[in-house]
Design a protein around this ligand. Structure first.
Ligand code: ADP
Ligand code: MG
Length: 261
């Protein structure tokens, strides 16, 4: 057995184990080991430390991945001319992220298709770009996650993960009535962030109608609006769905083109 075949075998093992960082560092580390007369333990320790460092780097979830934003759109992509009920000055003010500094919540209320999710995700992008942790979830997802966590005895951990991000986006409240347990989970999330962290929440029902969303639990239906509205900015977006609007614009253009021939 000679040094060169040991070296080849070592490289083959590292390749088989997909330890590419260690494999890359091997020649330099061997060189160093012989020059510095490393102990038998010191050499593998150094080579494994290279690989462990690379694995740690891979595992660290980037802020973008962590945020799980549903669309790539930023606030700059929002077409204000298509949605006169959204005040560009208000959005510009939100884009400064001062609302996150003082734990103000943003409630986006309106019918489907008017850009609620786009704006909420846009705020998320702005926060991530500014180096803040943001996290997107839908009300239904959040409820399901809390339900699973309760079954697995991890409720406290899940609650902490909802408290951590500077901005928590809860999309699509009100699309489905929430069963009592889900309503309780949502209320707990909202309560623990109360005055501590911002929530951007979208809903298709005005807050006056939230009794329908939380009809299994009148106490929560009564308490939730107060928690959310206490320190908040409410954007009521009315008007047409953006897609319907562009669909209608195309149809109108076609109609005119046909009429003129
Ligand atoms: P909502 O969440 O209110 O149902 P979305 O934010 O999902 O609506 O918007 C529906 C689609 O229309 C998305 O693709 C979104 O990017 C687009 N959209 C809505 N409003 C605008 C707008 N004002 N400018 C540009 N795109 C828009
Ligand atoms: Mg939406």
């Amino acid at each position: 057995m000679n040094a060169s075949s040991d070296y080849q075998k070592l490289r083959a093992h590292l390749a088989f184990l997909r330890m590419t960082a260690a494999a890359g560092a091997l020649p330099g580390e061997l060189d160093h080991a012989s020059k510095a007369s490393l102990t038998h333990a010191a050499f593998p320790e150094r080579i494994l430390a290279v690989e462990a460092g690379a694995a740690g780097e891979r595992r660290r979830v980037s802020p973008e991945r962590f945020a799980s934003l549903p669309s790539p759109f930023t606030l700059a992509d929002f077409d204000f001319s298509a949605q006169p009920s959204v005040d560009p000055k208000l959005i510009a003010d939100l884009a400064t992220l001062r609302f996150i500094e003082d734990a103000t919540s943003v409630l986006l209320i309106g019918p489907p298709g008017v850009g609620k999710t786009m704006l909420a995700a846009g705020l998320g992008h702005a926060a991530v770009t500014a180096g803040m942790r943001a996290r997107y979830t839908t009300a239904a997802d959040l409820a399901a996650r809390c339900h699973r966590a309760a079954l697995e005895g991890r409720r406290a951990t899940t609650m902490r993960s909802c408290a951590g991000p500077r901005l928590l986006i809860i999309d699509e409240v009100g699309y489905l009535p929430l069963p009592a347990e889900a309503a309780a989970a949502l209320f707990q999330v909202v309560s623990q962030r109360y005055l501590k962290g911002s929530i951007a929440l979208t809903a298709n029902l005005g807050i006056a109608s939230w009794g329908k969303v939380f009809n299994d639990d009148p106490m929560i239906a009564a308490a939730m609006p107060g928690r959310l509205l206490h320190r908040s900015v409410v954007l009521s977006i009315d008007g047409d769905s953006y897609r319907m609007r562009s669909h209608r614009a195309r149809a109108e253009a076609t109609r005119r083109a046909v009429a003129s021939t």
